[in-house]
Design a binder for this molecule. Structure first.
Ligand code: CA
Length: 406
């Protein structure tokens, strides 16, 4: 099957531009023997390459390209299949856009094409090519330094190590993980996550319970969170708790129960954030909305958890707007290398800015993910890069420190 991969990257500082032609020629021999064709554009700082050919060969060559130290900040823009090659000529010459008149450069690139239709039909690959040549998305090319330009350091004075406390119950307990603003060195909130004692996932634990008990247990478990927060000495922080949307909708007086548990542990509703996932929220939308109204009226904030992973996402958002949105970890993973993920995160940031919703990136594990997200405008982060979720304890935060490079 004929497959296409398109990527964009930034030339490394130590590469001499005049040597590029020879490098491209060498790469071409490999391409040719694998029947991979395409086009390689260069604009003085960035490369843009279309690779076309048999799927396995394209993938193997692309993987080698990803490892090449002569460029960095590589972002995969498109991976797709096509009925025919757009650039089928043997040999993938380096096309330096700067050598052409800006008015004619796009046509000059397209003249290299071998497909019959060029831009007549809406071919995504050719639209990407046009976007690069015309530099219409250039403000979104974030150049992030390498991951080792930051160190992540626990400040032992700021967060003295604390011993773990007793589990909440025999059946389950809670792990705690901070949500932080790394650049202002602030803990924004602490999320409490249920951990079944048997070691199974929360979803599996709930699945084993009778349906009517499941929501009840989910809700009632939260009083343990507040008690544990107090024991851990973190009751002064904002606490994020997870609830199934239906626990709020189905359990009678769910919000009253929460408020009672909050007050009895010396907390106030304004410091509590309820995280709900999109899943299931729409099946009993009237009850859910009634509970949300009550929650908001009491001072408790609302966050949509794992945003983007569920089925309700945007429809739910048209019906009510939360205070916070947590972008799902699958969208965050390797966001610095993925054009589709970057486009989605930027769209989320845009509508959240219009709606005054705070955005949190969850599951941040790599410095590059964090740096890209900061460049895009995300300020709040959660993930093992800064602090792992820790059972029955509050973990220390490893704050980023820029390494001085001489
Ligand atoms: Ca959560």
């Amino acid at each position: 099957m004929l497959s296409t991969i398109i990527y964009r990257s930034h030339i490394s500082d130590d590469v001499l531009i005049k040597t590029l032609g020879a490098l491209a020629e060498k790469a071409n021999q490999v391409n040719e023997s694998n029947s991979v064709t395409g086009i390689l554009l260069f604009n003085g700082t960035h490369f843009f390459q279309v690779l076309e050919g048999p799927e396995e060969a394209v993938l193997a060559i692309y993987q080698a390209i990803c490892q090449d130290p002569r460029h960095h900040n590589l972002v995969e823009l498109m991976r797709d299949y096509a009925p025919a090659r757009r650039f089928g000529n043997v040999g993938m010459e380096l096309f330096d856009l700067r050598q052409y008149d800006p008015d004619n450069v796009l046509q000059a690139v397209l003249d290299k094409g071998t497909s019959k239709y060029q831009l007549t039909y809406d071919d995504r690959a050719l639209q990407f090519l046009r976007m690069f040549v015309e530099a219409t998305e250039r403000e979104n090319y974030f150049e992030i330094p390498s991951g080792d330009s930051w160190e992540f350091i626990v400040d032992k004075e700021e967060t003295p190590p604390r011993a773990a406390i007793q589990p909440a119950t025999d059946q389950y307990s809670f792990a705690f993980q901070p949500i932080i603003d790394p650049l202002s060195r602030q803990i924004v909130s602490v999320e409490a996550m249920m951990r079944p004692g048997s070691g199974v996932s929360v979803a599996d634990y709930f699945a084993e319970l009778p349906r009517n008990e499941m929501y009840e247990i989910d809700l009632k478990s939260k009083q343990h969170v507040f008690a544990m927060a107090k024991q851990l000495g973190i009751e002064g922080l904002t606490l994020s708790i997870n609830l199934l949307p239906m626990s709020l909708a189905i359990v009678p007086n769910a919000v009253d129960f929460l408020l009672q548990a909050i007050h009895s542990n010396g907390l106030v509703p304004e410091q509590i954030v309820v995280e709900v996932t999109e899943n299931g929220a729409l099946s009993r939308v009237d009850e859910f909305e009634a509970a949300i109204k009550k929650l908001k009226a009491s001072g408790i904030s609302l966050a949509i958890d794992s945003f983007g992973a569920g089925s309700a996402g945007l429809v739910l958002l048209t019906q009510f707007q939360p205070d916070k949105i947590k972008i799902d970890r699958n969208i965050i993973a390797d966001v610095h290398r993925s054009g589709p993920k970057q486009a989605i995160v930027q769209a989320i940031l845009k509508f959240c800015s219009s709606l005054q919703i705070t955005v949190i990136a969850e599951g941040v594990n790599k410095p590059e993910e964090w740096m890209w997200l900061e460049s895009a405008g995300v300020c709040n982060f959660q993930g093992a890069l800064f602090a792992p979720s820790t059972l029955n304890a509050f973990p220390a935060v490893a704050w980023p420190e820029k390494l001085e490079v001489w």
